[in-house]
Design a protein around this ligand. Structure first.
Ligand SMILES: NC(=O)c1ccc[n+]([C@@H]2O[C@H](COP(=O)([O-])OP(=O)(O)OC[C@H]3O[C@@H](n4cnc5c(N)ncnc54)[C@H](O)[C@@H]3O)[C@@H](O)[C@H]2O)c1
Length: 308
Protein backbone atom coordinates (compact mmCIF):
# COMPACT_ATOMS: atom_id res chain seq x y z
CA UNK A 1 0.00 0.00 0.00
CA UNK A 2 1.26 3.50 -0.77
CA UNK A 3 1.95 4.91 2.68
CA UNK A 4 2.97 8.32 1.26
CA UNK A 5 -0.43 9.75 0.56
CA UNK A 6 -0.50 13.57 0.38
CA UNK A 7 -2.76 14.81 3.15
CA UNK A 8 -4.36 18.11 4.08
CA UNK A 9 -5.61 18.34 7.66
CA UNK A 10 -8.51 20.66 8.43
CA UNK A 11 -8.91 21.31 12.16
CA UNK A 12 -10.30 24.31 14.02
CA UNK A 13 -7.99 23.48 16.94
CA UNK A 14 -10.97 23.62 19.31
CA UNK A 15 -9.46 20.51 20.88
CA UNK A 16 -6.56 19.67 18.55
CA UNK A 17 -2.90 20.68 18.61
CA UNK A 18 -1.09 22.19 15.63
CA UNK A 19 2.12 20.52 16.84
CA UNK A 20 0.55 17.09 16.39
CA UNK A 21 0.44 17.56 12.61
CA UNK A 22 3.55 16.62 10.69
CA UNK A 23 4.05 15.44 7.13
CA UNK A 24 0.77 17.09 6.11
CA UNK A 25 -0.56 20.58 5.43
CA UNK A 26 -2.59 22.01 8.29
CA UNK A 27 -5.47 24.34 7.48
CA UNK A 28 -6.94 25.89 10.62
CA UNK A 29 -10.65 26.23 10.09
CA UNK A 30 -14.13 24.93 10.78
CA UNK A 31 -15.56 21.99 8.85
CA UNK A 32 -18.90 23.81 8.93
CA UNK A 33 -17.46 26.68 6.88
CA UNK A 34 -18.76 25.85 3.41
CA UNK A 35 -16.85 28.67 1.69
CA UNK A 36 -13.60 27.32 3.13
CA UNK A 37 -14.54 23.75 2.17
CA UNK A 38 -15.42 24.78 -1.37
CA UNK A 39 -12.13 26.62 -1.68
CA UNK A 40 -10.14 23.60 -0.41
CA UNK A 41 -12.00 21.10 -2.55
CA UNK A 42 -11.56 23.45 -5.53
CA UNK A 43 -7.83 23.84 -4.97
CA UNK A 44 -7.00 20.15 -4.48
CA UNK A 45 -8.09 17.05 -6.32
CA UNK A 46 -8.92 15.14 -3.14
CA UNK A 47 -10.26 11.66 -3.72
CA UNK A 48 -11.19 10.95 -0.10
CA UNK A 49 -12.12 12.56 3.19
CA UNK A 50 -11.34 11.00 6.56
CA UNK A 51 -13.66 12.67 9.02
CA UNK A 52 -12.42 12.66 12.63
CA UNK A 53 -13.66 16.12 13.67
CA UNK A 54 -16.18 15.94 16.45
CA UNK A 55 -16.99 16.92 19.99
CA UNK A 56 -16.38 13.77 22.01
CA UNK A 57 -17.44 14.08 25.63
CA UNK A 58 -20.38 11.86 26.47
CA UNK A 59 -21.16 13.60 29.78
CA UNK A 60 -21.07 17.07 28.24
CA UNK A 61 -23.32 15.96 25.40
CA UNK A 62 -26.12 15.11 27.84
CA UNK A 63 -26.24 18.68 29.15
CA UNK A 64 -25.51 20.32 25.78
CA UNK A 65 -27.13 18.27 23.00
CA UNK A 66 -27.48 21.38 20.78
CA UNK A 67 -23.71 21.85 20.80
CA UNK A 68 -23.19 18.20 19.84
CA UNK A 69 -25.83 17.98 17.13
CA UNK A 70 -24.65 21.27 15.64
CA UNK A 71 -20.99 20.30 15.47
CA UNK A 72 -21.23 16.57 14.86
CA UNK A 73 -24.30 16.45 12.63
CA UNK A 74 -25.01 19.86 11.01
CA UNK A 75 -21.39 20.56 10.17
CA UNK A 76 -20.93 17.03 8.85
CA UNK A 77 -23.84 17.74 6.49
CA UNK A 78 -21.96 20.83 5.26
CA UNK A 79 -18.88 18.69 4.68
CA UNK A 80 -20.82 16.02 2.79
CA UNK A 81 -22.64 18.64 0.72
CA UNK A 82 -19.36 20.21 -0.29
CA UNK A 83 -17.96 16.77 -1.16
CA UNK A 84 -21.01 16.19 -3.35
CA UNK A 85 -20.51 19.52 -5.12
CA UNK A 86 -16.86 18.70 -5.83
CA UNK A 87 -17.34 15.07 -6.76
CA UNK A 88 -15.27 13.62 -3.91
CA UNK A 89 -16.44 10.04 -3.69
CA UNK A 90 -14.84 8.35 -0.67
CA UNK A 91 -15.74 9.10 2.95
CA UNK A 92 -14.25 7.46 6.03
CA UNK A 93 -16.06 8.33 9.22
CA UNK A 94 -14.96 8.03 12.87
CA UNK A 95 -17.93 6.37 14.48
CA UNK A 96 -18.10 4.84 17.92
CA UNK A 97 -19.23 1.96 20.11
CA UNK A 98 -21.54 4.54 21.72
CA UNK A 99 -24.03 4.02 18.86
CA UNK A 100 -24.92 0.63 20.38
CA UNK A 101 -25.99 1.87 23.82
CA UNK A 102 -26.31 -0.85 26.44
CA UNK A 103 -24.86 -4.06 25.05
CA UNK A 104 -27.12 -7.04 24.68
CA UNK A 105 -24.37 -9.53 23.89
CA UNK A 106 -20.88 -10.31 25.15
CA UNK A 107 -19.10 -9.34 21.96
CA UNK A 108 -20.75 -6.63 19.88
CA UNK A 109 -20.86 -7.27 16.15
CA UNK A 110 -22.17 -5.03 13.39
CA UNK A 111 -25.72 -6.41 13.67
CA UNK A 112 -26.13 -5.47 17.31
CA UNK A 113 -29.11 -3.19 17.93
CA UNK A 114 -28.25 0.51 17.61
CA UNK A 115 -29.73 2.30 20.60
CA UNK A 116 -27.44 5.08 21.78
CA UNK A 117 -28.10 6.32 25.31
CA UNK A 118 -26.61 9.80 24.97
CA UNK A 119 -26.55 12.66 22.41
CA UNK A 120 -22.90 12.00 21.52
CA UNK A 121 -23.70 8.45 20.42
CA UNK A 122 -26.89 9.60 18.71
CA UNK A 123 -24.98 12.29 16.77
CA UNK A 124 -22.73 9.58 15.32
CA UNK A 125 -25.62 7.23 14.52
CA UNK A 126 -27.49 10.02 12.71
CA UNK A 127 -24.49 10.56 10.44
CA UNK A 128 -24.20 6.81 9.82
CA UNK A 129 -27.89 6.72 8.87
CA UNK A 130 -27.56 9.61 6.41
CA UNK A 131 -24.68 8.09 4.50
CA UNK A 132 -26.60 5.55 2.37
CA UNK A 133 -28.70 8.44 1.04
CA UNK A 134 -25.56 10.39 0.10
CA UNK A 135 -24.31 7.28 -1.64
CA UNK A 136 -27.54 6.70 -3.56
CA UNK A 137 -27.88 10.31 -4.69
CA UNK A 138 -24.28 11.51 -5.07
CA UNK A 139 -22.21 8.34 -5.29
CA UNK A 140 -20.25 9.05 -2.08
CA UNK A 141 -19.26 5.64 -0.72
CA UNK A 142 -18.45 5.37 2.98
CA UNK A 143 -16.62 3.37 5.59
CA UNK A 144 -17.95 3.93 9.11
CA UNK A 145 -15.29 2.76 11.52
CA UNK A 146 -16.68 2.30 15.00
CA UNK A 147 -13.85 2.55 17.45
CA UNK A 148 -14.25 1.06 20.87
CA UNK A 149 -11.74 2.64 23.32
CA UNK A 150 -8.95 4.25 21.32
CA UNK A 151 -5.74 4.03 23.33
CA UNK A 152 -1.95 3.83 23.11
CA UNK A 153 0.35 6.23 21.30
CA UNK A 154 2.91 6.14 18.53
CA UNK A 155 5.40 3.41 19.58
CA UNK A 156 8.30 5.89 19.58
CA UNK A 157 6.41 8.11 22.03
CA UNK A 158 6.28 11.05 19.62
CA UNK A 159 2.51 11.34 19.31
CA UNK A 160 -0.23 10.56 21.79
CA UNK A 161 -3.58 11.70 23.10
CA UNK A 162 -3.88 15.14 24.70
CA UNK A 163 -7.42 15.89 25.75
CA UNK A 164 -8.43 18.74 28.02
CA UNK A 165 -10.19 17.72 30.14
CA UNK A 166 -8.84 14.19 29.90
CA UNK A 167 -11.55 11.62 30.50
CA UNK A 168 -9.84 8.46 29.26
CA UNK A 169 -8.70 5.89 31.79
CA UNK A 170 -5.17 5.09 30.60
CA UNK A 171 -3.85 8.69 30.46
CA UNK A 172 -5.58 9.47 33.76
CA UNK A 173 -4.01 6.41 35.41
CA UNK A 174 -0.54 7.21 34.03
CA UNK A 175 -0.86 10.81 35.12
CA UNK A 176 -1.90 9.76 38.64
CA UNK A 177 0.90 7.18 38.92
CA UNK A 178 3.47 9.76 37.79
CA UNK A 179 2.17 12.12 40.48
CA UNK A 180 1.11 14.76 37.93
CA UNK A 181 -2.52 14.70 39.04
CA UNK A 182 -4.37 13.50 42.09
CA UNK A 183 -5.84 10.03 42.49
CA UNK A 184 -8.45 8.85 40.05
CA UNK A 185 -11.93 7.56 40.70
CA UNK A 186 -12.90 4.01 39.83
CA UNK A 187 -16.61 4.08 39.10
CA UNK A 188 -17.94 0.89 40.67
CA UNK A 189 -16.23 -2.30 41.81
CA UNK A 190 -19.37 -4.37 42.17
CA UNK A 191 -20.07 -5.21 38.54
CA UNK A 192 -20.61 -8.85 37.53
CA UNK A 193 -17.07 -9.17 36.13
CA UNK A 194 -14.12 -11.23 37.38
CA UNK A 195 -12.81 -8.42 39.60
CA UNK A 196 -15.93 -6.26 39.90
CA UNK A 197 -14.71 -3.40 37.68
CA UNK A 198 -15.94 -2.56 34.18
CA UNK A 199 -14.40 -4.27 31.18
CA UNK A 200 -13.62 -2.29 28.04
CA UNK A 201 -11.98 -2.97 24.69
CA UNK A 202 -8.82 -0.86 24.23
CA UNK A 203 -7.68 -0.64 20.63
CA UNK A 204 -4.28 0.82 19.79
CA UNK A 205 -4.37 4.07 17.83
CA UNK A 206 -1.84 2.74 15.29
CA UNK A 207 -4.14 -0.22 14.64
CA UNK A 208 -6.99 2.24 14.09
CA UNK A 209 -4.74 4.13 11.67
CA UNK A 210 -3.98 0.96 9.72
CA UNK A 211 -7.71 0.20 9.51
CA UNK A 212 -8.24 3.66 7.97
CA UNK A 213 -5.60 3.02 5.33
CA UNK A 214 -7.14 -0.36 4.51
CA UNK A 215 -10.60 1.22 4.30
CA UNK A 216 -9.23 3.87 1.95
CA UNK A 217 -7.65 1.21 -0.23
CA UNK A 218 -10.96 -0.70 -0.21
CA UNK A 219 -13.01 2.32 -1.28
CA UNK A 220 -10.49 3.41 -3.89
CA UNK A 221 -10.74 -0.10 -5.40
CA UNK A 222 -14.51 0.50 -5.73
CA UNK A 223 -15.28 -1.77 -2.77
CA UNK A 224 -18.75 -1.41 -1.34
CA UNK A 225 -19.57 0.85 1.60
CA UNK A 226 -18.79 -0.59 5.01
CA UNK A 227 -19.72 -0.31 8.65
CA UNK A 228 -17.12 -2.00 10.84
CA UNK A 229 -16.56 -2.43 14.57
CA UNK A 230 -12.93 -1.90 15.53
CA UNK A 231 -11.68 -3.33 18.79
CA UNK A 232 -9.01 -5.53 20.18
CA UNK A 233 -11.53 -8.30 20.75
CA UNK A 234 -10.05 -8.65 24.21
CA UNK A 235 -11.58 -6.88 27.17
CA UNK A 236 -9.55 -5.52 30.07
CA UNK A 237 -11.00 -4.47 33.41
CA UNK A 238 -10.31 -1.12 35.04
CA UNK A 239 -8.29 -2.96 37.70
CA UNK A 240 -6.21 -4.71 35.03
CA UNK A 241 -5.42 -1.32 33.49
CA UNK A 242 -4.39 0.12 36.86
CA UNK A 243 -2.19 -2.93 37.51
CA UNK A 244 -0.56 -2.66 34.07
CA UNK A 245 0.11 1.07 34.58
CA UNK A 246 1.53 0.44 38.08
CA UNK A 247 3.83 -2.31 36.78
CA UNK A 248 5.16 -0.18 33.91
CA UNK A 249 5.52 3.05 35.90
CA UNK A 250 6.90 1.20 38.92
CA UNK A 251 4.48 2.98 41.27
CA UNK A 252 0.90 2.26 42.30
CA UNK A 253 -1.94 4.24 40.77
CA UNK A 254 -3.56 6.28 43.55
CA UNK A 255 -7.31 5.81 43.31
CA UNK A 256 -10.55 5.66 45.25
CA UNK A 257 -13.61 3.61 44.46
CA UNK A 258 -16.71 5.70 43.77
CA UNK A 259 -20.22 4.52 42.97
CA UNK A 260 -21.26 3.27 39.56
CA UNK A 261 -21.82 5.93 36.87
CA UNK A 262 -25.22 5.99 35.21
CA UNK A 263 -25.17 4.36 31.80
CA UNK A 264 -21.90 2.44 32.24
CA UNK A 265 -22.39 -1.13 31.07
CA UNK A 266 -20.36 -3.85 32.82
CA UNK A 267 -18.74 -5.14 29.63
CA UNK A 268 -18.21 -3.48 26.24
CA UNK A 269 -16.13 -5.55 23.85
CA UNK A 270 -16.10 -5.57 20.04
CA UNK A 271 -16.47 -8.47 17.69
CA UNK A 272 -14.14 -7.23 14.94
CA UNK A 273 -14.14 -10.31 12.75
CA UNK A 274 -15.78 -8.45 9.89
CA UNK A 275 -12.93 -5.88 9.74
CA UNK A 276 -10.43 -8.74 9.68
CA UNK A 277 -12.38 -10.63 7.01
CA UNK A 278 -13.26 -7.77 4.70
CA UNK A 279 -10.21 -5.53 5.05
CA UNK A 280 -7.63 -8.09 6.16
CA UNK A 281 -7.11 -5.90 9.24
CA UNK A 282 -4.71 -7.36 11.77
CA UNK A 283 -4.09 -5.36 14.92
CA UNK A 284 -0.36 -5.29 15.62
CA UNK A 285 -0.51 -3.99 19.19
CA UNK A 286 -3.10 -5.98 21.10
CA UNK A 287 -1.21 -6.50 24.35
CA UNK A 288 -1.79 -4.23 27.32
CA UNK A 289 1.97 -3.84 27.67
CA UNK A 290 2.13 -2.30 24.20
CA UNK A 291 -0.96 -0.14 24.64
CA UNK A 292 -0.02 1.18 28.08
CA UNK A 293 3.75 1.13 27.41
CA UNK A 294 3.46 3.32 24.31
CA UNK A 295 1.14 5.76 26.10
CA UNK A 296 3.59 5.94 29.00
CA UNK A 297 6.48 6.65 26.62
CA UNK A 298 4.47 9.55 25.18
CA UNK A 299 3.67 11.03 28.60
CA UNK A 300 7.27 10.70 29.73
CA UNK A 301 8.46 12.46 26.55
CA UNK A 302 5.71 15.10 26.76
CA UNK A 303 5.29 15.96 30.45
CA UNK A 304 2.76 18.73 29.78
CA UNK A 305 0.44 16.24 28.13
CA UNK A 306 -0.06 14.23 31.32
CA UNK A 307 -0.70 17.28 33.48
CA UNK A 308 -4.34 17.58 32.36
N1 LIG B 1 -10.90 8.48 21.49
C1 LIG B 1 -11.76 7.48 21.45
O1 LIG B 1 -11.70 6.54 22.26
C2 LIG B 1 -12.83 7.43 20.39
C3 LIG B 1 -13.72 6.34 20.37
C4 LIG B 1 -14.70 6.31 19.38
C5 LIG B 1 -14.77 7.29 18.41
N2 LIG B 1 -13.90 8.34 18.46
C6 LIG B 1 -14.02 9.39 17.44
O2 LIG B 1 -12.74 9.60 16.87
C7 LIG B 1 -12.61 10.97 16.46
C8 LIG B 1 -11.35 11.54 17.06
O3 LIG B 1 -11.44 11.44 18.47
P1 LIG B 1 -10.29 11.97 19.43
O4 LIG B 1 -10.34 11.18 20.69
O5 LIG B 1 -9.02 12.08 18.66
O6 LIG B 1 -10.87 13.41 19.78
P2 LIG B 1 -10.16 14.83 19.72
O7 LIG B 1 -11.07 15.80 20.42
O8 LIG B 1 -8.75 14.73 20.18
O9 LIG B 1 -10.15 15.12 18.16
C9 LIG B 1 -11.21 15.75 17.50
C10 LIG B 1 -10.60 16.83 16.62
O10 LIG B 1 -11.63 17.45 15.88
C11 LIG B 1 -11.41 18.85 15.88
N3 LIG B 1 -12.71 19.49 15.64
C12 LIG B 1 -13.84 19.39 16.38
N4 LIG B 1 -14.84 20.07 15.80
C13 LIG B 1 -14.33 20.61 14.66
C14 LIG B 1 -14.88 21.42 13.63
N5 LIG B 1 -16.17 21.84 13.65
N6 LIG B 1 -14.09 21.79 12.60
C15 LIG B 1 -12.78 21.39 12.55
N7 LIG B 1 -12.22 20.61 13.51
C16 LIG B 1 -12.99 20.24 14.54
C17 LIG B 1 -10.80 19.15 17.25
O11 LIG B 1 -10.06 20.36 17.28
C18 LIG B 1 -9.89 17.93 17.44
O12 LIG B 1 -8.60 18.12 16.88
C19 LIG B 1 -13.88 11.67 16.94
O13 LIG B 1 -14.77 11.75 15.84
C20 LIG B 1 -14.44 10.73 18.00
O14 LIG B 1 -15.84 10.83 18.11
C21 LIG B 1 -12.93 8.44 19.42
Amino acid sequence: MDQHIPVTVLDDLSAGHAGSVSGADLVIGDMGDEALLDRLFGQHAFDAVMHFASFIQVGESIGAPAKYFHNNVSKTINLLNSMARHDVKNFIFSSTAAIFGNPQAGHIDEHHVKAPINPYGRSKLIVEQMLPDYEAAYGIRHACLRYFNAAGAHPDGSLGERHDPETHLIPLAISAALGNTGGLKVFGDDYPTHDGTCIRDYVHVCDLASAHLLALQHLRAQGESLKLNLGNGEGYSVKQILDAVAALVGKPVPHTVAGRRAGDPAVLVADSRKARDVLGWQPAYSSLDDIVGHALRFYQATPMASAH
